[in-house]
Design a protein around this ligand. Structure first.
Ligand code: IMP
Ligand code: MG
Length: 180
C-alpha cells in the first residue's frame, strides 16, 4: 500500500482520482438537470474547494456564473472568542440561485456560518455542493444537497484539502494511516 508523508504524519490512499472524478460527474449531472434555467451562481469557498470547483464547473453545461469567497477569522467578543466573517463576495446575490462549493462538510459549523451570512443578501435559494461529506460528524439540520463522496470520520488530505498547508496539490484523496 502506497504511503505518503505530509509533515510528521503518514497517509494512505482512500479515494483514487478516477473515483473522485466519477463522484464529481454525478453531482454535475444532477445540477445540470435540477438547476437548468436558473442560471445559478456558484460560490467557491477558498482555499480548499478550488480543485473541486474547477473540475465540477468543466462538467456544468447550463448557463452559470462563479465567484469566490473566503472565511476570515478574527477575535470577536462572543463567548467562543472567535468569529468568522465572509469576505470577497462582490456579486449581487439577491434573487439568485446560489450553489455553495465546499471541500468538506465535517461538523457543519462552517457551512452553517456561510449559509447564515449569505441569507442576509436574500438569495432565491441556497444549495450546497461538497466534494466530501463526513456523515458521522455532521451535526446540523441544513440539507447537504450534493455530496460527491462520503468519507469516514478521519483526517483527510489531498484534492484541495490540506494538513497544515501541505497536500492540497495531491490528485488522490488520502487518509491518516494510523491515527496517533
Ligand atoms: P466543519 O466546520 O467542522 O464542517 O469543517 C469544515 C472545514 O474544516 C473544512 O472546510 C476544512 O477546511 C476543515 N476540515 C474538516 N475536516 C477536514 C479534514 O479531514 N481534512 C482537512 N480539513 C478538514
Ligand atoms: Mg475549507
Amino acid at each position: 500500500m502506497k504511503e505518503i508523508q505530509v509533515h510528521d504524519k503518514k497517509f494512505r490512499i482512500l479515494v483514487p482520482s478516477e473515483k473522485i472524478q466519477a463522484g464529481i460527474a454525478e453531482v454535475a449531472g444532477k445540477i445540470n438537470r435540477e438547476l437548468a434555467g436558473q442560471k445559478p451562481l456558484f460560490i467557491c469557498v477558498l482555499n480548499g474547494a478550488f480543485i473541486f470547483a474547477s473540475d465540477l464547473l468543466k462538467k456544468i453545461s447550463i448557463d452559470c456564473e462563479i465567484s469566490f469567497i473566503k472565511l476570515a477569522s478574527y477575535h470577536g467578543t462572543t463567548s467562543s472568542g472567535e468569529v468568522k466573517t465572509l469576505i470577497g463576495l462582490d456579486e449581487n446575490v439577491k434573487n439568485r440561485t446560489i450553489v455553495i462549493l465546499e471541500d468538506i462538510v465535517d461538523t457543519g459549523l462552517t457551512i452553517e456560518t456561510i449559509v447564515k451570512q449569505l441569507s442576509v443578501y436574500e438569495p432565491k435559494g441556497i444549495k450546497i455542493a461538497t466534494l466530501l461529506l463526513k456523515p458521522d460528524a455532521y451535526k446540523k439540520d441544513i440539507p447537504i444537497d450534493y455530496a460527491a463522496l462520503k468519507v469516514p470520520n478521519d483526517f483527510i488530505v489531498g484534492f484541495g484539502l490540506d494538513y497544515d498547508g501541505l497536500g492540497r496539490n495531491l490528485e488522490d484523496i488520502y487518509v491518516l494511516s494510523s491515527p496517533s
